[in-house]
Design a binder for this molecule. Structure first.
Ligand code: NAP
Length: 322
């Protein structure tokens, strides 16, 4: 079986940037695409905040460009889903689609995180046409329009507060009367005159005019009555789940499941395994930060394979600029 120098798991901005850098470093990376090639950006429409595109660029096109760039330098793509990774032996073994086995000296995990969704009628169909999971990405499209944010945690408070910059008003929809968010975030939202509240209600369906969102149907948990909140934007902010279940506890993760990396590096608790993008970043979660961390991971792999990696990643990175 051919032994690869590096396998990259996942093809969001982190994985594809890692692929570009690894390919240009002559590491002949093999990239496993996963179930959602291109990652979360393929679920959005226009991306206006990725540097270098003053007119904006469609999410799927941006990801396609990155992929072409990686292919141009020799990255090989494998369509499939990583079912398991065996890290107790060297080289590592990666099983794709339960049947195909690959062996690799190093692994870059860039499997991302998935926004949790409500799973109600209309929601999935209208992603990118009014349903969003990213206020930073999509808030700008709802200038002077009423927006609904679903959730009662810090993310929902933060997104709602951020969205008041654009929206005519923002209604926070939460399934209980108490919020889960920290007091400081709650207070900020409560003191914002543009924020309205629909508490103790359950979202039932996302309504549309046949093309775009035009309302969120909710049920009052006390009376059982349903009503429609008119809105063109429904932001779902009920948390994210990092895609790390396939690792089966072989790598150190935080209590939510995000991979823990060492210091400024992308090194994980397993030597030779590196992580980048949303799978290790619960905080910034931007395409550009993911891409930046993908670059770091490829450079860390290059140094590791040369045998010149810094021994203690937690102190600082040994990566030199070139
Ligand atoms: P979270 O704390 O888990 O809150 C998720 C919210 O969504 C909860 O209010 C939950 O309701 C609601 N929810 C979950 N599933 C739902 C469903 N199926 N239907 C309706 N509502 C649902 O997630 P998060 O707000 O994304 O925060 C994640 C972590 O990041 C937290 O530790 C948070 O403190 C941190 N964070 C910090 C900041 C900051 O400090 N600036 C910003 C964002 C996030 P219940 O309350 O009823 O369970």
């Amino acid at each position: 079986m051919e032994q690869h120098k590096v396998m990259i798991l996942g093809t969001g901005p982190a994985g594809l940037t890692a692929a570009i850098y690894a390919a240009r470093a002559n590491l002949n990376p093999v990239v496993i695409e996963g179930n959602e090639p291109g990652g979360q950006l393929t679920l959005t429409t226009e991306v206006e905040n990725f540097p270098g595109f003053p007119e904006g660029i469609m999410g799927p096109e941006l990801m396609d460009n990155m992929r072409q760039q990686a292919e141009k330098f020799g990255a090989k793509f494998v369509h499939g889903w990583v079912s398991s990774v065996h890290m107790s032996q060297r080289p590592f073994r990666v099983t794709v689609d339960e049947t195909d086995e690959y062996v690799a000296e190093t692994i870059i995990i860039s499997t991302g995180a998935s926004a949790k969704m409500l799973g109600i009628p209309g929601e999935a169909d209208l992603v990118g046409r009014g349903v969003s999971t990213c206020a930073t990405c999509d808030g700008f499209f709802f200038r002077n329009k009423p927006i609904v944010v679903v959730g009662g945690g810090d993310s929902a408070m933060e997104e709602a507060t951020f969205l008041t910059k654009f929206a005519s008003e923002v209604t926070i929809v939460h399934r209980r009367t108490e919020l889960r968010a920290s007091k400081v975030m709650q207070d900020r939202a409560r003191n914002n005159p543009k924020i309205k509240w629909a508490l103790n209600v359950t979202p039932v369906s996302v309504k549309s005019d046949g093309n775009k969102v035009n309302g969120l149907e909710v049920r009052d948990n006390e009376t059982g009555e349903t009503r429609v909140l008119p809105t063109e934007g429904v932001f779902i902010a009920i948390g994210h789940q990092p895609n790390t279940a396939f690792l089966n506890g072989q790598i150190d993760v935080d209590p939510v499941g995000y991979i823990i990396t060492q210091g400024v590096s992308s090194a994980t608790s397993v030597e030779g395994v590196f992580a980048c993008g949303d799978v290790m970043d619960s905080h910034y979660r931007q395409a550009i930060t993911a891409a930046g961390s993908g670059c770091k991971a490829a450079m860390d792999v290059e140094k590791y394979l040369e045998g010149s990696a810094f021994q203690d990643w937690s102190v600082s990175s040994s990566v030199s600029t070139h």
